[in-house]
Ligand binder design. Structure first.
Ligand code: NAD
Ligand code: MG
Length: 394
């Protein structure tokens, strides 16, 4: 590759953030780490700052930022420590930054991701929640500001590889008939439906194939993750819900497929390791070593496919419903899910309460589509309140 690219990693201490730094460390002359950000993890961000020497480190929590500042001064680091949510937007749109890895979990990623889009950066999108919330508004911000949008979610990255299209706009989809979005089905694919009530957080976060943050691991167990990904695919690839088919594929070897009108189905395969899509987005349109082992087809031996059972995966159905309604419903879906998952991880509700909380929030959401970020954020807050009230009352 040519000139070193300036990188900002939003959420550098998370699973995606750490994997991104791992890929970057294999190509240290091609990338310059400009900014790393975290919410509260002082130890990990300090360690990353000492190793990658970014210009800025953002610790959203003010008190933790002070601790980080003291630790870095003591270690003679020259990294400037910033705090507060606004600093995320500052670094995401900084002139020295070319590429932004959007890897904050949940709605908290929306404003910094938008700031990156508005500043015309290459946005490498892992934070699917922000796209589910903002939809067209986010896609327009990419196009209008000549930014680039590259999907990091393994499925969308696979689709992107199987369906070449410009990264800063939507083009005719040359004969595409369907997107086949694969998902493993999570750890409870075969568990009896009447025992889903007893699932513990430890069981839910133990994903069979992928190592991920806690929230997305629970989302994978309920298949809300696939639901959010269906909505994400509709926005990224400008397709309708009827053109997206969810396919349960327990081996997680095929990361998704695209069907064409001549009968072709193109798939992207690989070991389940996020460094592959991360490396693809970092090097696009070239390819670089990601550190991921080559796929051994004889080890994989077989590939299985099943239709999803919507009774088992009620959250998946709710996501389809929300996107069909559109607008405020998708914001309510995401917000209520975030509250429900956090409460489940805190052992305040049962695993099977998650869809009930979301369904209630969907019923309370207004109809229509917001056309301003302020309205999106207001609905996010109001659906969180709604979910919290439901949890208190039940
Ligand atoms: P994680 O929980 O491991 O990390 C989350 C990161 O976000 C951390 O750096 C944390 O400090 C930061 N963060 C959390 N709350 C924040 C807040 N309020 N303000 C600012 N920063 C905050 O999560 P992850 O598994 O790395 O996932 C990150 C995103 O990527 C999610 O949207 C997830 O859906 C998506 N994603 C993850 C994977 C995966 O394999 N882990 C795959 C596909 C997509
Ligand atoms: Mg995914």
């Amino acid at each position: 590759m040519s000139l070193s690219k300036g990188i900002c990693i939003l959420g550098s201490t998370g699973t995606i953030g750490v994997n991104t730094l791992d890929v970057i460390s294999r190509h240290i002359n091609d990338f310059t780490v400009i900014a790393l950000t975290a919410n509260t993890d002082v130890e990990k961000l300090k360690e990353q700052c000492l190793k990658y020497r970014p210009l800025f480190a953002v610790m959203v929590d003010e008190d933790k930022a002070q601790l980080l500042q003291q630790a870095l001064v003591k270690a003679s680091s020259e990294t400037q420590v910033l705090s507060g949510k606004e600093s995320l937007e500052f670094v995401a749109s900084h002139d020295a930054v070319d590429y932004v890895m959007a890897a904050i979990v949940g709605a908290a990623g929306l404003l910094p991701n938008l700031a990156a889009a508005r500043a015309g950066k290459r946005v490498m999108l892992a934070n699917k929640e922000s796209l589910v919330m903002s939809g067209k508004l986010f896609m327009d911000a990419i196009t209008e500001n000549n930014a680039e949008l590259l999907p990091i979610d393994s499925e969308h990255n696979a689709i992107f590889q199987a369906m070449p299209m410009p990264v800063n706009g939507i083009q005719e989809k040359h004969g595409v008939t369907k997107i086949l979005l694969t998902g493993s089905g999570g750890p409870f694919r075969k568990r009896s439906l009447d025992s889903l009530d007893d699932i513990t957080p430890e069981q839910a976060i133990a994903h069979p194939n992928w190592v991920m943050g806690q929230k997305i691991s629970v989302d994978s167990a309920t298949m809300m993750n696939k639901g959010l990904e269906v909505i994400e695919a509709c926005w990224l690839f400008d397709v309708s819900l009827d053109q997206v088919q969810v396919v349960i594929h327990p081996q997680s070897t095929i990361h998704s497929m695209v069907s064409y009108n001549d009968g072709s189905v193109l798939a992207q395969l690989g070991n389940p390791d996020m460094r592959t899509p991360i490396a693809y987005a970092l090097a696009y349109p070239e390819r670089i070593d990601s550190g991921v082992a080559q796929l051994d087809l004889f080890d994989v031996a077989r590939l299985d496919f099943e239709r999803p059972n919507f009774e088992r995966y009620r959250c998946l159905q709710l996501a389809f419903d929300a996107h069909r309604i559109g607008g405020y419903a998708s914001i309510a879906l995401n917000a209520a899910n975030e509250v429900a998952v956090a409460s489940f991880l805190d052992r305040k509700i049962k695993f099977t309460d998650i869809p009930l909380i979301i369904e209630n929030a969907l019923e309370q959401a207004p109809s229509g589509t917001p056309d301003k970020i302020a309205d999106i954020l207001a609905q996010d807050l109001s659906s969180r309140d709604c979910a919290n009230s439901y949890i208190k009352a039940n």
